[in-house]
Design a protein around this ligand. Structure first.
Ligand code: GTP
Ligand code: MG
Length: 556
């Protein structure tokens, strides 16, 4: 199904903005982004946020006439954009041209009266549309097209990959199929904006911002929605406006530490979401974690949400990853493929534990791309040297400064294909001296490990921390084994690629399907003698890394 993404007549710049945005997101896919100036992360966030504030979410009856629906809503003002989607019912996301239209709609909306239960009269931007006379409307119903925000099935993905023309084409196809759609991104910002309305009942002028893979350009359809409750802006808004000899401060309650403040705030917001938040279910307060959070499901959007506060560095990490993702069209294609590969082999999981995380995998890809010759990505230290005074950013004593204007970073002269990069990635990490070395995107070179965790990836901003401290030796070994096996499979590819009509998984498809990986590789191992010394060595290394040799992760 094609997404319904329609621009209705709208005054001003909104329609043009949407068009420009579409062009620039398309250009990322085609790799022609060099010619279009790219927006700063903060500019994009501001625009999306402002759009979301003019947007409402409506649960609709299944049989509805789209035309009548839009005509009815247009009484409150012009609509700049709308789409429908399905998630336990039919939902519409309607973006008005002006914020006042939302207030106008709220003013004619009533709180439902219940027979057996009682309603909490919280007036949000999430509505339920009822038909006054359903039978008279059904006859003229138009077929509503729904936007799809679920990832492709493994069968469909496998077909798409098998029919691709090259491994490069496969990586780009995977990216196109899994990346967040325009509608999905809008729904993510809208969900944050709806939660912000609830939090604002306590903290006037607070902001709820999405971060993590929803905004760093590495999000796969279906990924969680990380939210940051930003309370810092509140105080800052007014400090510039003060004049004269006096300074006004709010009377506040004091608590022993930032952590306690965070816990108290999240505890109350968690209660609020649980009791009053329309569509918020399964609220869990996880306040004793290293980074306290409230986890819940936003039923109407289908997003699993993690709400944190006092987590500004994570927002800065998202901005950094966004910059890396936008610098070269190969970056996102590589990260998506590695993330999918890891998921397919259960190297990553949605349950927290001793496995590697998507965040760590992204860092590994960035590091690998910094190590190419010539480098595909610059080091973080280099991005820091390009920064100007306005980019300066210190958070909790950590220097988080880097250039934020993407257009001032020179593109790489490296012309390697995705196929070659993928193969090299697996070889590089299949033979990385994890026992000795740490991965460090700030300097873009291997460094001695400062502590003994099996996998050490330096946190780019809090440089004394290891973002992969949780990873166990056996999980790391599994990663190494699979990387070696995948390198071997790819090195065989050149020789016996099946014809598309044979329907046999090849290239990336062969790497992604666990059952196929094993059978294809085993079949090939039986059938073929290694053709070169390099392959022979790879085979040796696979043998030597059997489970009994679990401690050997240095690849030597
Ligand atoms: P998904 O798996 O698609 O959700 O990727 P993600 O990047 O959103 O990861 P996740 O939801 O686990 O975390 C959200 C964000 O929190 C990340 O993008 C990072 O900015 C930050 N983060 C996650 N794990 C760590 C960590 O171990 N250390 C630090 N400093 N930040 C982390
Ligand atoms: Mg996430």
């Amino acid at each position: 199904l094609r997404p319904t993404h329609r621009l209705l007549s709208c005054p001003g710049t909104v329609a043009a903005d949407v068009k420009r945005e579409e062009q620039s997101s398309r250009s990322v896919e085609t790799g022609s982004e060099g010619r279009i100036p790219k927006k700063k992360f903060s500019e994009l966030q501001k625009e999306r946020r402002e759009q979301a504030q003019r947007t409402v979410l409506i649960h609709c009856p299944n049989k509805i006439s789209e035309k009548k629906f839009l005509k009815y809503l247009s009484q409150h003002g012009p609509i700049s954009n709308h789409f429908f989607y399905e998630s336990f019912g039919l939902y519409a996301v309607v973006e008005f041209c002006q914020k006042e239209s939302v207030t106008s709609l709220q003013n004619i909306t009533r709180t439902p009266s219940m027979d057996t239960e009682a309603a909490i009269p919280f007036k949000s931007r999430f509505f339920n549309l009822k038909m006054k006379n359903p039978s008279s409307q059904t006859s003229e119903q138009s077929c509503i097209q729904c936007s799809n925000h679920s990832p492709p099935s493994s069968k469909k993905l496998s077909e798409l990959l098998c029919y691709a023309e090259s491994i490069d084409d496969q990586l780009n196809t995977l990216l196109k199929e899994f990346q967040l759609t325009e509608e999905d991104i809008k729904l993510r910002y809208l969900t944050c904006s709806l939660i912000e309305d609830i939090a604002a009942a306590y903290f006037l002028d607070c902001t709820v911002r999405p971060f993590g893979s929803s905004v760093n350009s590495f999000g796969k359809l279906g990924c969680d929605l990380d939210m940051f409750l930003d309370l810092d802006e509140i105080g800052k808004l007014n400090t510039n406006k003060t004049s004269g000899n006096f300074l006004m401060e709010f009377q506040v309650k004091n608590v022993p530490s930032e952590r306690v403040a965070t816990q108290k705030i999240l505890s109350v917001i968690g209660e609020c979401l649980d009791h009053f938040g329309p569509g918020c279910v399964g609220v869990q307060k996880i306040l004793n974690a290293r980074c306290p959070l409230v986890r819940f499901s936003h039923q109407a959007s289908g997003f699993q949400c993690d709400l944190t506060t006092n987590n500004r560095i994570a927002l800065k990490s998202s901005e950094l990853l966004y910059i890396y993702g936008a610098l070269d069209s190969r970056v996102r294609a590589m990260v998506f493929s590695i993330r999918c590969w890891a998921r397919a082999h259960s190297l990553t999981s949605s349950i927290p534990g001793s496995w590697i995380t998507n965040f760590s995998l992204t860092m590994m890809v960035i590091f690998f791309l910094q190590r190419r010759s010539p480098p595909i990505l610059p080091t973080l230290d280099y991005l820091k040297t390009l920064a100007d005074a306005e980019d300066k950013c210190i958070i909790e004593g950590h220097n988080c400064t880097f250039i934020r204007d993407l257009n001032r970073i020179k593109p790489s002269g490296n012309t390697e294909t995705l196929e070659s990069l993928l193969k090299e990635f697996f070889e590089y990490f299949g033979n990385f001296a994890f026992n000795k070395n740490s991965i460090n995107i700030r300097q873009g070179r291997e460094q001695n490990k400062p502590e003994s965790s099996p996998l050490h990836i330096q946190n780019p901003f809090e440089t004394s921390l290891n973002i992969s401290k949780n990873v166990s030796q056996s999980q790391l070994q599994k990663f190494v084994d699979l990387a070696r096996e995948s390198a071997w499979i790819l090195s065989q590819e050149d020789k016996d690629r099946p014809s598309p009509s044979s329907n046999q998984p090849w290239g990336l498809a062969a790497l992604l399907l666990p059952s196929v990986v094993n059978s294809v590789s085993l079949a090939k191992k039986k059938r073929k003698k290694p053709a070169s010394e390099r392959i022979k060595n790879l085979l040796e290394s696979i043998k030597s890394s059997s489970p009994e040799n679990d401690t050997n992760t240095n690849g030597k």
